[in-house]
Design a binder for this molecule. Structure first.
Ligand SMILES: Cc1cc2nc3c(=O)[nH]c(=O)nc-3n(C[C@H](O)[C@H](O)[C@H](O)COP(=O)(O)OP(=O)(O)OC[C@H]3O[C@@H](n4cnc5c(N)ncnc54)[C@H](O)[C@@H]3O)c2cc1C
Length: 399
């Protein structure tokens, strides 16, 4: 008998930390932020701090979208290797966007310190593994390319990886910069603090219609109206349906987390692991001593994922984990699936779109969605101030 479906781990771990009222009146504001996930939390924080009268609206609970399902590995390395990205957008652009990823880790860490947030944040190194003998050369090119541009990377042979981390693998690149976070907890904590400072947050508020003009008018399903000067969409992959262009492919990805394991070795605790084969696998530890593993993507299933498929995918992830780290006894606690968008170059879409007057989009798609959202903090302010930034050119629509 199926009493319930699987839930994302972070929601179970933290519970519904805070709840906000739904919108029950007509209001005005400078800026309406649509979406109360991690992107909405950091963007509304930035806007509120900059003095904009900001309102956040979500049709679900806070952090109930991708931000409750994410594995939250914070890497500057995006899904597209820097050497491939250079081929697509030019060497300068590739370096700028990779360096912006490193900067975003620092920005996030500073924010966490400033706000005295826990957020399960931890600084980690990031190990990208070659998935086959043939892939080693390609990965080595990537290593040399990053070295050429002064990235703090180290080439590790399979023997060194085994010796240092007890991981069975081919050679890999170790990057000094990386981190992980509990995105769900962080989102709640940041919203809570800003709400206390006057940020208006409305959850369970469904939007029926938006009219774009000199003012943007949002009409809610229960008949209320929000009139604002600007609207900022931090609404995740569901935003894609607003566009006639196809900006990203939506995939379903799978994740599973082990029981708490107090004997976890320290080297593993401080590491993000990413093996880039197809299907790829990635893993990190959590702040409560679990190993969290993700991957096994498939094209998005609109009708949801059945329990059998989740089980099969989780079993595959665990088997691969066992092959990589035979010394780790992975006893499964939870498994779940989530959706995200993959863009053609691995970069996000952050900026304005010609079809929507006075709207700004912060769509940090891909496996690095969170670091892209952090980059959005500065970029949104620049858009509002009509200032140029090379990232706005790289992350533009219709590129
Ligand atoms: C399994 C998995 C693993 C991942 N791993 C990583 C990783 O390791 N590192 C990483 O950086 N990223 C990862 N990602 C991606 C990352 O989780 C996302 O980039 C991030 O959570 C997106 O946050 P968001 O706030 O933009 O979107 P969401 O958290 O989805 O929030 C969007 C919010 O907008 C609301 N909304 C949408 N449409 C409307 C509307 N019309 N009206 C009102 N509200 C609306 C939704 O209800 C939702 O709450 C992963 C994702 C998944 C699913």
């Amino acid at each position: 008998m199926k009493l319930k479906s699987y839930e994302a781990f972070w929601l179970l771990k933290n519970g519904l930390m805070n709840s906000y009222p739904s919108l029950q009146e007509n209001i005005k504001c400078d800026i309406a932020v649509i979406g109360a996930g991690i992107t909405g939390a950091i963007i509304s924080h930035t806007l509120h701090k900059a003095g904009y009268d900001t309102v956040v609206i979500d049709k679900r609970d806070v952090a109930a979208g991708s931000s409750s399902a994410t594995t939250s590995m914070l890497q500057y390395e995006i899904d597209t290797p820097m050497i491939d990205l250079a081929e697509m957008i030019g060497e300068e652009g590739a370096v700028i966007s990779y360096k912006a990823g490193i900067e975003s880790l620092q920005i996030l860490e500073n924010l966490i310190r400033e706000e005295n947030i826990d957020g399960g944040f931890g600084i980690k190194k990031s190990l990208k593994l070659s998935h086959s003998e043939e892939n080693i050369e390609k990965l080595k090119e990537e290593y040399h390319f990053r070295k050429k541009h002064f990235f703090n990377v180290e080439w590790l042979t399979s023997e060194e990886i085994k010796e240092r981390y007890k991981i069975n693998s081919y050679d890999g690149i170790l990057s000094a910069e990386g981190a992980s976070i509990d995105a769900f907890m962080f989102t709640h904590e940041l919203f809570y603090r800003n709400h206390k400072r006057g940020l208006r947050i409305y959850d369970h508020t469904e939007i029926k219609k938006i009219t774009y003009g000199d003012n943007v008018v949002i009409r809610t399903k229960n008949g209320n109206r929000v009139v604002c000067k600007k609207i900022v969409f931090c609404s995740g992959f569901e935003t894609l349906k607003m566009f006639k262009e196809k900006y990203a492919d939506i995939v379903t990805t799978f994740a599973t987390v082990s029981e708490q394991n107090p004997d976890m070795n320290d080297e593993l605790k401080d590491l993000l692991i990413w093996e880039s084969g197809m299907p790829y696998i990635y893993m990190r530890t959590t702040d409560d001593n679990r190993l969290l593993v993700g991957g096994e993507d498939i094209p998005f299933k609109f009708n949801g994922i059945n329990d059998k498929l989740k089980r099969t995918k989780a079993d595959k992830l665990i088997k691969k984990t066992h092959n990589l780290i035979p010394g780790f006894n992975f006893i499964q606690d939870y498994k779940w699936a989530g959706a995200f968008g993959q863009t053609k170059d691995g970069l996000p879409y952050i900026g304005e779109h010609p079809d929507y007057k006075n709207a700004i989009f912060v769509l940090g798609f891909g496996g690095n969605g969170i670091t892209f959202s952090v980059q959005g903090m500065n970029l949104v302010l620049k858009i509002l101030a009509r200032e140029y930034d090379p990232l706005l050119y790289l992350y533009r629509f219709n590129r």
